[in-house]
Design a protein around this ligand. Structure first.
Ligand code: AMP
Ligand code: GLY
Length: 445
């Protein structure tokens, strides 16, 4: 089968490795891909792999590429093409209708594309989430009054996609009032903050749960925890993610039972019942909140994403032992219940290395050294490209990550840190405390 994978991050490199490893995949095209996916061409005997220089939101160019290369399956990595309706585009084109697009419809993608839509969906289906209300410029005064009914810190969320920057957590009422006004009246996040969700602050520990759904049935993929802040000890600016660990030990059987019963089943069922069956990955960002009565952790939804997480994919996907092409075919055919998911029980630890200055201003084009010295771990490229003289250069803020699978988290972390230290470029930075919070929880338990 010829497969097209859309995207260019570490997530897509990790997905590409799984797809290429399937005996069912004869040609894998990655649009636009990175230096990591370009280099795969030499590593998978039976599969040919090639980058195609097309942006993942250029539907016309993707259309032409699918016809030119006889593509039968399109796997969508990032959210932008989904929110822009790539699934619906394929369904509307007679020659593309039978191509298996792995990703939800435009309507379902609103779960990520609009916070208000997602919150309203959760309310309709009694899915546990923080209490909230939504405001526009016309109801700014009501919004300010609502803020006064809440306790600090205050959580303000731009309704639309705001490149991961649209959530503000503010310690004082004065800042909350000021920021709410800037979002609604001064379009602080452009059109994305024409509506703002104000919600109750949830105190707890976050984790990511991933679901692969075929419209009616679903499989739970391994859990992961990511590390969002740039600085050690979870300090400094938010990033796309600086590392990840899978599985998350506190998401035990009892906790995951609650996640399934209270969140996953009502989500998949709710979408089906509303006539918008969901096919693809659902990424549920959860807060595990201590229940004062039972003493147990209870899951609350912080957000839905309509794709896999990055860098969670880089620790989750290497643990999936089932054939990914088979799984995706079951998603398309709506019979996921007929297949089983095999998971590697080991722990995966992923450490992301970024360019100096990220997530603000950073330079690109720095030569990366030492890649060939890494042999005990996986290296997933994110922002990299190959120069005309065949050097691997930095080409983004998040540059690459190293993932190790081992029998314990300390072992996996030790190896990832040993291996990443063999790689270097001018201005390379990575956090040295990935997983430390989880290790402390285990020790103090
Ligand atoms: P989101 O883009 O909705 O995932 O929000 C970004 C980050 O803000 C989350 O990963 C959380 O760390 C934090 N956050 C969002 N909503 C809440 C909330 N209601 N209570 C506490 N923290 C939150
Ligand atoms: N790592 C968080 C995300 O992919 O949104």
């Amino acid at each position: 089968m010829n497969i097209l994978l859309l995207g260019s991050g570490g997530r897509e490199h990790a997905m590409a490795c799984q797809l290429a490893a399937s005996p069912r995949c004869s040609h894998l095209y990655v649009a636009p891909g990175n230096a990591g996916t370009a280099a795969m061409a030499n590593h998978y005997g039976q599969t040919s792999i090639q980058n195609i220089d097309i942006p993942p939101t250029d539907f016309k160019a993707i259309h032409a590429c699918v016809l030119k290369y006889g593509i039968e399956m399109v796997v969508v990595g990032p959210e932008a093409p989904l929110v822009a309706g790539i699934r619906d585009y394929f369904e509307s084109q007679p020659l593309l209708r039978n191509v298996m697009v792995i990703g939800p419809s435009k309507q379902c993608a609103q779960l990520e594309g609009s916070k208000d839509y997602a919150k309203d969906f959760m309310r309709r289906h009694n899915i546990p989430t923080a209490a909230y209300r939504t405001f526009t410029a016309d109801t700014l005064n009501d919004g300010i009054a609502f803020l006064h009914t809440l306790k600090p810190p205050y959580v303000l969320k731009a309704d639309g996609l705001a490149a991961g920057k649209g959530v503000l957590i503010l310690p004082t009422i004065e800042e909350a009032e000021r920021e709410l006004t800037a979002m609604l009246k001064d379009a602080k996040f452009g059109e994305a903050s024409a509506k703002v969700v104000i919600e109750e602050y949830l105190s707890g520990i976050e984790l990511s749960v991933f679901v692969l759904a075929d419209g009616k049935h679903y499989k739970l993929l391994p859990t992961a925890k990511d590390y969002k802040r740039i600085g050690e000890g979870d300090t400094g600016l938010n990033t796309g993610g600086m590392g990840s660990i899978s599985p998350v030990h506190f998401a035990d059987k009892n906790f995951m039972k609650k996640v399934e019963e209270r969140i996953v089943i009502p989500t998949v069922k709710g979408l089906f019942q509303e006539g918008t069956p969901y096919k693809g990955f659902i990424f549920v960002g959860l807060m595990a909140v201590a229940n004062n009565t039972t003493g147990e952790l209870d899951p609350y939804v912080i957000e839905y994403n309509v794709r896999m997480g990055d860098p969670e994919t880089e620790s989750v996907f290497p643990r999936i032992m089932s054939d990914m092409v088979d799984l995706f075919e079951h998603v398309w055919n709506g019979n996921l219940q007929q297949t089983s998911l095999e998971i590697d029980p080991r722990t995966a630890a992923c450490v992301m290395a970024v360019a100096e200055g990220y997530p603000e201003h950073y330079e690109k084009g720095r030569p990366i050294k030492g890649l060939a010295q890494v042999n005990d771990s996986l290296v997933f490229h994110a922002g990299t490209r190959i120069s005309s003289d065949d050097q691997v250069l930095t080409n983004g803020g998040r540059v690459l990550c190293v993932t190790t699978l081992a029998n314990s988290m300390p072992e996996a972390l030790l190896k990832s840190y040993q291996e990443i230290s063999k790689i270097s470029w001018d201005g390379m930075y990575y956090r040295r405390d990935i997983g430390q919070d989880l290790l402390k929880m285990i020790v103090t338990k």
